[in-house]
Design a binder for this molecule. Sequence first.
Ligand code: NDP
Ligand code: 13P
Length: 312
Amino acid sequence: MQSDLKNITIIGAGAWGSALASLVKTNDHHVKIWSRQSPQPLSKLVKDSDAIISAVSIKGVRSIAEQLQIAQQNGQLLPHAVIVSATKGLEPTTRQTPSQIWRSLLPTHPLVVLSGPNLSAEIVEGKPAATVVASTDEVAAQFIQTIFASRNFRVYTNSDPIGVELGGTLKNVIAIAVGACDGLNLGTNAKSALITRSLIEIIRVGVYFGAQPETFWGLSGLGDLLATCNSNLSRNYQIGYAIAQGKSLEDAIANVHGTAEGVNTANVLIEISDREKINVPVSRYVYRLLKNEITLQQAVEGLMERDLKPEN
Ligand SMILES: NC(=O)C1=CN([C@@H]2O[C@H](COP(=O)(O)OP(=O)(O)OC[C@H]3O[C@@H](n4cnc5c(N)ncnc54)[C@H](OP(=O)(O)O)[C@@H]3O)[C@@H](O)[C@H]2O)C=CC1
Ligand SMILES: O=C(CO)COP(=O)(O)O
């Protein structure tokens, strides 16, 4: 192996973990993928890893991070190993983001968040895409940038990991709303208004978490919002679209191939916004719709008939 080639472990063999593995392989790095079906224990696989990339859904993050914490305590992690979090979700019990979970369990390791408009099916086809790798550790972010960057994958660094992470997480709730909007054939004006007003509420939540507002105008915020709200490749968009076609949430979830994090994220987001009094009208209507508290028609009317107010 050439000296600039690195040992990379990808955790999670789902759609995103597999797509990320194909990107790292493009640059000839030595890549190992671990899933719960792997015969080898995770601790054995990661022991020579320069970077460990977690692409599991939110429900798997804590158990994976705990396994790596034990591996670290047993001296099975290289001290310089960079942890990369590529999950877009919020933990129901703690309301933490994935990077907050990683930070609490492995505080001494450099931590990078990877997020952007990255529909995995397009990436696997080799279509051009861009993403963001964010960390308070600039050297770690630059290292991960070089691991992933290729002719078809342009990678930007950013110093606001929580903002980059929340852009990718919160847009999943909005993609459900926009899928429903398209499913009802409400038109381009309605869709544009929904996306634009949603970005304002995403920023409100982001600021509560300590993110920089301007991060949300970038690839991981507006960029991912546009990708997910404009593509029926998005599982979250598919959920909203199916509900607008009269499907129950359970049927919609059953027909989606893979994880749609927006359903769980809506629950956690509404708990946070209730407690912190953050105004998130679009996400709240999505939450109420998913809980069967209102019909889709009532959600549309409710959003349109709110008190008149200035735009900003
Ligand atoms: N697909 C996409 O386009 C993108 C997805 N993401 C995000 O990546 C994450 C994974 O999505 P995706 O790969 O598409 O989903 P999939 O449904 O294709 O795969 C689910 C992944 O989560 C893991 N997982 C699920 N439950 C658990 C658990 N209890 N413990 C440990 N691991 C678990 C699976 O692990 P295992 O392999 O062991 O079965 C698998 O890797 C999500 O947060 C998603 O929002 C981000 C960007 C793009
Ligand atoms: O996050 C994604 C694209 O950036 C994938 O979106 P879905 O999870 O809705 O498929």
